[in-house]
Ligand binder design. Structure first.
Ligand SMILES: C[S@@+](CC[C@H](N)C(=O)[O-])C[C@H]1O[C@@H](n2cnc3c(N)ncnc32)[C@H](O)[C@@H]1O
Length: 241
């Protein structure tokens, strides 16, 4: 495996010099993850009453969305028996940065998020045995006694998405801002995502960029601009028709 992608920590905000962008918002990142991605895809309600549920994500980054989804699933007595989480990442970071990220969140988060946030470092630690085995291509890791399956597709999103053969129940579109990282949001990427969607697949993103909304609409998604969790003004929800 190539060297881990460096993460610059500036005032507790993880920053990418490759993309000149932050991995997550400086304040309230956990609440934003839950609001934009989980609630945006109708979770946790959406996985109830199903034997399994599959989330597809573009951009694993520091694993915040994955760990938040896993912790939410663990805490839900009505959750599906099995959670599959598939994420694509071209530039995996060092596990230490993932751990550091969760520790920062568990001290940053205030109010009702605190109990939840303090569970994330222990989940991140469960990646320790598998993270050193990371290889380019598809990595399949059973976690949580095999009830959670993490598939990490290491490589460029446009090359990796066609290599994963599955269908998603929910899609998290993440991946730095469209202005700074157009490849992650171009028609080819959105088209490759749509190949993994069926009628009813929910999709969520923090960006409401017109190009992304129009691209998704052209692919058969019904797209809505929704009110964001302050200080964010908007977020995007979509469903494949
Ligand atoms: C904003 S971060 C994702 C944050 C992540 N979802 C989380 O919960 O921590 C965006 C990620 O997309 C990855 N990325 C950017 N361009 C990519 C590409 N063309 N193919 C695959 N991954 C890419 C970056 O390396 C970065 O880790």
């Amino acid at each position: 495996m190539t060297a881990p992608e460096p993460v610059l920590w500036q005032d507790q905000a993880p920053h990418s010099s490759r993309f000149s962008d932050i991995y997550r918002t400086r304040y309230g990142a956990l609440a934003q993850s839950r609001s934009v991605f989980l609630a945006g895809c109708g979770l946790p309600e959406g996985w109830r009453g199903r034997p399994q549920f599959t989330v597809l994500e573009t951009g694993f980054g520091l694993g915040l969305n994955f760990l938040t989804t896993w912790a939410t699933w663990q805490a839900d007595p009505q959750a599906c028996a099995r959670l599959n989480f598939v994420s694509v990442e071209a530039y995996p970071v060092h596990l230490d940065d993932i751990l550091r990220s969760t520790l920062a969140l568990s001290t940053e988060a205030g109010g009702c998020a605190t109990d939840f946030a303090t569970r994330l470092p222990a989940l991140a630690q469960q990646l320790a045995p598998v993270w050193p085995t990371l290889q380019p291509g598809l990595n399949h890791w059973p976690l949580d006694q095999g009830r959670v399956q993490l598939t990490l597709a290491v490589g460029d999103v446009r090359a990796m998405l066609p290599q994963w053969p599955g269908l998603a129940d929910a899609v998290y579109l993440d991946g730095f801002s469209p202005a700074r990282n157009p490849d992650m949001w171009c028609d080819a990427t959105l088209g490759a995502v749509a190949q993994h969607c069926r009628p009813g697949t929910r999709l969520a993103s923090y960006t409401v960029a017109a190009q992304v909304r129009h691209g998704l609409s052209a692919l058969g998604f019904q797209v809505r601009k929704c009110p964001g969790l302050p200080p964010k003004r908007d977020r995007l929800e979509a469903v494949m028709c």
